[in-house]
Design a protein. Sequence first.
Lengths: 210, 210
Amino acid sequence: MLSKETLTKLFPDWEVGLYDAILNEAELKEAKAGTTLLKMGQNIKSAMLVVEGTIKLYQEDENGGEYFMYHLNPGEACAVTLVCNYHHEQSQVLAKAVTDIQYLAIPIEFMEKWLNEFKSWHYFVIKTYRSRYEELLKTINEIAFKNMDERLEFYILKYVKQFGTIVNLTHQDIAKDLNTSREVISRLLKKMEHNGWIIMNRNSFDWIKK
Amino acid sequence: MLSKETLTKLFPDWEVGLYDAILNEAELKEAKAGTTLLKMGQNIKSAMLVVEGTIKLYQEDENGGEYFMYHLNPGEACAVTLVCNYHHEQSQVLAKAVTDIQYLAIPIEFMEKWLNEFKSWHYFVIKTYRSRYEELLKTINEIAFKNMDERLEFYILKYVKQFGTIVNLTHQDIAKDLNTSREVISRLLKKMEHNGWIIMNRNSFDWIKK
DNA sequence: ATTTTAGTGTGATATATGTCACCCAATTAA
DNA sequence: TTAATTGGGTGACATATATCACACTAAAAT
């Protein structure tokens, strides 16, 4: 069950009334690792705040391509679901649970209301947009200017920062996230192994650079 | 001189006090077409609201590469300059005036203050972030999934939407914005000419597709 | 224990784009 | 008027990445 204490830890900057509003209106949901939480074009019916676990956010194209953009961690919210008007109701991103997760689902009709009622909610929304905007800028920088080897390193570093140096991903997983092919990733990882940046195992490798 | 009337037209959703605050605290500045208004890494000392003209926003990399992301028009604000805390003071984007422009410069010390004082400012900031976030998503979609011919078409369409079907850009201009080389753009435009999508002239072409 | 599947390695080749070299034509400067 | 500059066209080639084909091995399923 969700306690005010948990909320206080996750969202330390909120005002008291907002915790109550969450307790009254939000539903605490769970999802298994691997679940797709939000698809491109899907109608948004509730805002998503992460309580436990990690979510990965992707840009998705018409032909099933995906590009990984950033992680969402406990205390963070999915920006696109914080809809503050009724014009935008379609998701423009793909969201997947990477671990088992718990999240708060808040019906979007409260978004407008809470913006009026709670100053700390207002700040939270701005902070969320701002930080996600920055993540997107980094992503654009990578794709627009970097070759695949650098993008792969950047990708691995994001993983390592989240989960530690043992990278439990197959080459195919990585290839999908970077919208390239498995062979390309295999070859680049081999090169990293030669350079002494990683130690490779089946299904995983260890990032030991520096 | 800046009048309350002008402000009302540009920012119809604001509350009255906010217009007064702008009139008291903002400086109306001008810049010639081509001026760089904001560079990557530059300290942000004021928020930028467009009054007249058009600004182009770019992602910039260490080696001088640029990638065009979106336009800012009158009534719109540069999201990165709407700093609401003092941790982020470095610009992560490059902003250039494409036409002669007028803009409001608001010292960033008012950002925090106005968020507290004016509800309509708060909404304005959120709306700004939200719409820019969406632009970045589109940009990522283009770079991550599309070939240069499609990206060029998308680029031209953004121009056409802003300025009309006569595209007054050299191949070199376009190449720079898409972080590619002039020859590539020349060849793709030639192909579009063959397809009957454009009529080419020196220094410009006319987009006649459909 | 044997078969199947998933993960990986690697050569060969295709394609998109980047780079270089050079040309020509139009415009601008001298 | 002539020279210089800018914009554009195009072949040749380099490079990064995508794609195909196939082999090998560890793990999982039977």
